[in-house]
Design a protein around this ligand. Structure first.
Ligand code: FES
Length: 140
């Protein structure tokens, strides 16, 4: 009985190809579900904020950064546009940075470098009364 190496090589090749496609499929699925889970964890909804405190030009909250430019308020989501990690303020460096893959943003939320390739998302808000505002948290 002769042993057919061509058959064995083809079988091994097809098995390796099948395994490769399997792992690629798992990687793609994990990346997509990870993105979805991060965004879902970041959540949506609203936060009410008292703005009667003395003027602070910049403040870090759990879910967003508050920037006060002259008389204008801006709220930037801390959810990284790349895969949804929470962006941190780096006081020493004077910029915002994502701890997951190193994307960096200016203090105004503009994209500087890294895989995010987009600015931080600006959140909209509305006045509740003269001292309170409602911020709409959405990440998408
Ligand atoms: S999640 Fe922020 S750089 Fe990847």
């Amino acid at each position: 009985m002769a042993f057919n190496f061509n058959h064995l090589n083809r079988r091994r090749f097809l098995k390796a190809l099948k395994n490769g496609l399997y792992f690629i499929g798992i990687a793609v699925f994990s990346k997509l579900t990870g993105r979805f889970i991060n965004r879902a964890a970041a959540g949506s909804g609203t936060v009410q904020l008292n703005i009667s405190q003395p003027n602070q030009p910049f403040r870090v909250y759990d879910r967003f950064f508050m920037i006060r430019d002259k008389d204008r308020l801006r709220f930037l989501s801390r959810t990284c546009p790349h895969l949804g990690c929470t962006v941190q303020w780096n006081d020493r460096a004077g910029h915002m940075a994502c701890p997951c893959h190193g994307s960096r943003f200016t203090k105004q939320g503009r994209y500087l470098s890294g895989p995010a390739k987009a600015d931080l998302h600006e959140l909209s808000y509305e006045l509740v009364d003269e001292n309170n505002i409602k911020i709409f948290l959405e990440d998408g």
